[in-house]
Design a protein around this ligand. Structure first.
Ligand SMILES: Nc1ncnc2c1ncn2[C@@H]1O[C@H](COP(=O)(O)OP(=O)(O)O)[C@@H](O)[C@H]1O
Ligand SMILES: [Mg+2]
Length: 330
């Protein structure tokens, strides 16, 4: 079986509020799957449904081939969950925290010492292993919490906002560790986040949740191709040609906007100028370049910007905010 998680029409309400609305999703073994969405989109509720902590009102879920409700204990023995507010015991040392949990997770006693040391090492906590957690920074606590989810060597990890509240340096360190877990140790990761840079950096595929509904799924590149209809292109030409270039490009097909940009660089023949273009797609670029060249405008540099997940996210939300451009029949 190559699916780690399969859900079909998974639905959960709280009162008359629908938190997860007909979620149908497949997460593959070995991938880092990003589950994106604003606060309140339904990410944490989904994780709880997938772990059998919460009962669905409709639909089914299979996680590692098991039914989370019927096979909860068997499933939890094979999954690790980092919840949004992972509680550690601040009165105990980092090592003691892990040993207590190793015991709780049923790691055999003769293995737990070496397992704990190995994890402390992997997470860069060996030097502070015997300090009380009360003295740990937020980043260290989060790394310890992450280490704790791995004690029983789970195949599938659920990480719910693993870098929320971390400073950029600690967040980056956590990113490296998550990437290492996935790539070197081949674990499947279900990563909930509202941090798009994090998702772009770590995820093989992402799903975007909006008010309980899954509105898009794919690799970041697929989503960009599907939802971002514009490409931003920066070009550098001789400063004296800027006006002429804007005039020429205004007749080119595919141009949306052209704006002059400041540029401090020098070309052999004089000062360089820069233009920032928005075009309808990459296929518009070669003709524009040819047009400029044909009219004696020498192009020193041309840089198309790959659309990011952030662009995808805003494209999806622009659709929701501008019903006049979309069919909105709901
Ligand atoms: N235990 C609960 N009781 C009532 N409402 C809840 C509960 N858990 C979540 N919700 C509601 O369900 C929606 C989805 O929440 P959640 O899954 O926590 O979103 P996310 O993790 O994406 O921020 C929100 O509107 C939230 O207020
Ligand atoms: Mg949440």
């Amino acid at each position: 079986m190559s699916a780690a998680i399969i859900t079909h029409n998974l639905t959960r309400r709280f009162g008359d509020k629908i938190a997860v609305d007909g979620l149908t999703l497949e997460v593959r073994v070995g991938e880092v799957f990003g589950f994106l969405g604003h606060n309140g989109a339904g990410k944490t509720t989904t994780v709880r449904l997938l772990n059998g902590v919460l009962e669905p009102h409709a639909g089914k879920a299979y996680v590692l081939g098991l039914d989370p409700l019927a096979d909860g204990p068997a499933l939890r023995a094979r999954t690790g969950v980092l919840t949004e507010s992972a509680a550690l015991d601040a009165r105990l040392s980092g090592r003691e925290n892990l040993l207590v949990y190793a015991d709780l997770f049923g790691v055999p006693q003769r293995q737990s010492d070496s397992r704990v040391s190995e994890l402390l090492d992997f997470f860069g906590l060996s030097d502070s292993a015997d300090l009380k957690v009360a003295a740990y920074s937020t980043g260290m606590r989060q790394r310890l919490a992450l280490a704790r989810t791995l004690l029983h060597d789970p195949e599938l990890l659920f990480l719910d906002e693993p870098t929320a509240g971390l400073d950029p340096l600690a967040a980056r360190q956590t990113h490296r560790l998550i990437a290492a877990l996935a790539r070197q140790k081949g674990r499947t990761v279900f990563l909930c986040t509202h941090n798009l840079v994090e998702a772009q950096r770590l995820c093989d595929r992402v799903g975007v949740m909006e008010r309980g509904r899954l509105v898009a799924v794919g690799t970041p590149t697929e989503l960009a191709a599907r939802y971002v209809q514009q490409v931003q292109v920066e070009i550098e030409i001789a400063a004296e040609h800027i006006e002429a270039a804007i005039e020429l490009l205004s007749h080119a097909s595919g141009l949306l906007t052209a704006r002059p940009q400041p540029s401090a660089d020098q070309a052999p023949g004089g000062p360089l100028g820069a233009l920032s273009l928005r075009v309808t797609g990459r296929e518009a670029i070669p003709d524009m370049l040819a047009l400029l060249t044909r009219h004696g405008v020498r192009v020193y540099r041309l840089t198309p910007h790959e659309p990011s997940l952030e662009d995808v996210y805003f494209a999806l939300h622009a659709g929701a905010a501008e019903p006049s451009q979309q069919e909105h029949t709901r």
